[in-house]
Design a protein around this ligand. Structure first.
Ligand code: N01
Length: 548
């Protein structure tokens, strides 16, 4: 008998001998974990969710940095599983702020009475498959243990922060923060000398606000990123009412686009359009704002020349927005557009026209060390009161590999993924029965609107579990052949795109020593959904189901 993760001494919580404590453990209480819990509970399963934070929200619990917002329209970045929910909730802006999204998720947790099955401030440290008992044995950082038939990782794609491993950080006498683990208390930059390290989405959102408050801001840039205007605004009541009236149809249409978003996908390749028409299309999308630049030409992510046309257009805009040509040149990426996630901004480029903002290029002269009073790069000392590390995440695999996950024969997931992640449909892993990953590597995840991607996974997993239980063979395992075939297809599709050609977190290039592999599925949401549905129609092809 051990101490259960519910805090009680239990063998199996009063269940028959040999029966796991709960039917399912879900790790994480963000968008994915909340809906997984709701869905499984509706099916009558006993579920325990473990969440590291003190509240629900996942990404939106941790990323509280100034200016944090979603880059997907709020009316789309929300659940559709409950029409009552989407009708009653009112978004206020085109792109919701972090506090608003967090309020939404708190509302969801209350509305569906989810908190009673969530154990907060508890980190899962270990998940080991017990072959003899046919269950997962979960250990948490408070020393508790719990067994479960199913273990579902709702750990998110961008939840393992890239740790600032700079020499000397422990000696720094000022304050420092990571955008992905921002304090709950207000942070003041007033009159301070602030350094921001990084120029990804988190930096691009926070820099204009920090610059407006700080005495001086120095931005340390390693690679420039493409950013397009967000053009955020309050939602127009009339348009919003129309959306709510047609939600069902709009959601259905969105699932037919590669990104799962309902912006217009241009069906024409760049080549099929004249120069004037291309320019009009680019300008229209720039004026509209948001990530619709991803669909400016049908082949923008697949054809180097089409990509270059879009990249050139954005570079031209940067040169118009930034007064100092040298700074504009530094801020102009030379890589493909879109192979690193395009950022959305409000006044990012114009911020570099401010007299209290300096851009420092660290591409050739990396940050050597953090000093007592700032940092040193290129032999030069920069005096700083505050450092903001906007250095991103050990994306997609990090959240899973930071847990000691062991499958059949005690094989670790770290060993299995030594050459990069592999999973069948990004949902299940050979050798790890009854373990599911929501929006895991090899699924479309971060290349789609995350919420519909999550809902599709949750529903698919829940239906599969229901089916397996109903047919008396509740133990599910993906076959190696199915995993290999999916990976071969996944890689083939990725190799036809611009994604392998950039040093992005999509390929793990931002983490030293991480195996390089395009991690999200690049074939688009409709093709992926079709494949998942075909697997079901073919009797859960690629999986074996057993009674024990
Ligand atoms: O992280 P990033 P992020 N020295 O990895 C730099 C989502 N998100 O938190 O490009 C110097 O994009 C690094 O440089 P380089 C969104 O999907 C969404 O900003 O690797 N610099 C890069 O500039 C996004 O893509 C929203 O050369 C170092 C930056 O740090 C994802 O999260 C908002 C360095 C990290 O950029 C990640 O975004 C925010 C070093 N040693 C985030 N190490 C929205 O919804 C790293 N860098 C809008």
């Amino acid at each position: 008998m051990g101490t259960s993760a519910t805090g009680r001494k239990t063998g199996n919580g009063g269940r028959a001998a040999g029966v796991p404590d709960v039917d399912a453990v879900v790790v994480g209480a963000g968008f994915a974990g909340l809906y997984m819990l709701h869905r499984l509970r509706t099916m009558g399963l006993s579920v325990r969710v473990f969440e590291k934070g003190s509240g629900v929200g996942g990404t939106w619990y941790w990323n509280r940095y100034p200016g944090a917002r979603c880059d997907t329209d709020s009316v789309e970045y929300s659940y559709q599983f409950s029409d009552a929910l989407q009708q009653e909730w009112r978004w206020t802006e085109r792109f919701a702020t972090q506090p608003e999204i967090l309020r939404y998720l708190e509302h969801v947790a209350d509305r569906f009475d989810l908190r009673r099955d969530i154990r907060f401030e508890t980190t899962v440290t270990e998940a080991a498959y017990d072959e003899a008992a046919g269950c997962w044995r979960i250990a948490t950082d408070d020393g508790a243990r719990l067994s479960a038939t199913y273990c579902i990782m709702a750990t998110g794609c961008l939840s393992a922060v890239n740790r600032p491993e700079f020499d000397g950080l422990d000696r720094f006498e000022g304050e420092w923060y990571h955008t992905g683990a921002w304090p709950h208390e207000a942070v003041s930059f007033a009159g301070k000398r602030v350094g921001v390290i990084g120029t990804g989405s988190s930096a691009i959102q926070s820099i204009p606000l920090i610059a407006a408050e700080a005495g001086h801001l120095t931005v340390f840039q390693r690679q420039a990123n493409y950013s397009v205007p967000a053009r955020n605004a309050p939602l127009d009541p009339g348009e919003y009412a129309e959306i709510r009236e047609n939600y069902g149809e709009l959601r259905k249409e969105a699932k037919k686009t590669p990104t799962g978003c309902w912006w217009t996908v241009n069906p024409a390749t760049a080549d099929e359009m004249g120069a004037h028409e291309r320019r009009r299309e680019l300008e229209a999308r720039w004026q509209k704002g948001g990530l619709c630049m991803y669909s400016v030409f049908a082949d923008v992510l697949m054809n180097d020349e089409a990509n270059e046309i879009a990249a050139d257009f954005v570079r031209e805009k940067i040169s118009e927005l930034v007064h100092d040509p040298k700074v504009a040149a530094l801020l102009s990426p030379q890589s493909f557009i879109g192979c690193k996630r395009i950022c959305l901004d409000t006044d990012y480029y114009a911020t570099f026209n401010r007299p209290n903002v300096t851009l420092v290029d660290v591409s050739d002269a990396p940050i050597e060390e953090i000093t007592r009073t700032g940092l040193r790069t290129g032999g030069e000392d920069h005096t700083l009161d505050t450092i903001v590390f906007a250095i991103g995440f050990d994306a997609m695999t990090g959240p899973l590999l930071r847990i000691d996950i062991r499958g059949k024969g005690g094989r670790t997931l770290t060993a299995k993924w030594a050459d990069g992640p592999r999973a069948y449909l990004g949902l299940a892993i050979e050798g790890f029965p009854n373990l599911f990953t929501i929006t895991g590597p090899a699924s479309p995840s971060v290349l789609t609107n995350m919420v519909p991607a999550i809902e599709q996974h949750v529903e698919w997993i829940a239906d599969f579990i229901a089916h397996a239980r109903a047919c008396g063979r509740p133990h599910i395992e993906a076959s190696l052949a199915a995993e290999d075939a999916w990976l071969a297809h996944h890689d083939e599709v990725a190799n036809g795109t611009v994604f392998p050609g950039c040093n992005s977190w999509y390929v793990g290039a931002n983490v030293a020593g991480k195996p390089r592999r395009v991690m999200p599925y690049t074939g688009g949401f409709p093709a992926y959904i079709e494949r998942c549905e075909a697997v079901v129609a073919n009797g859960y092809e690629g999986f074996t189901l057993t009674a024990v």
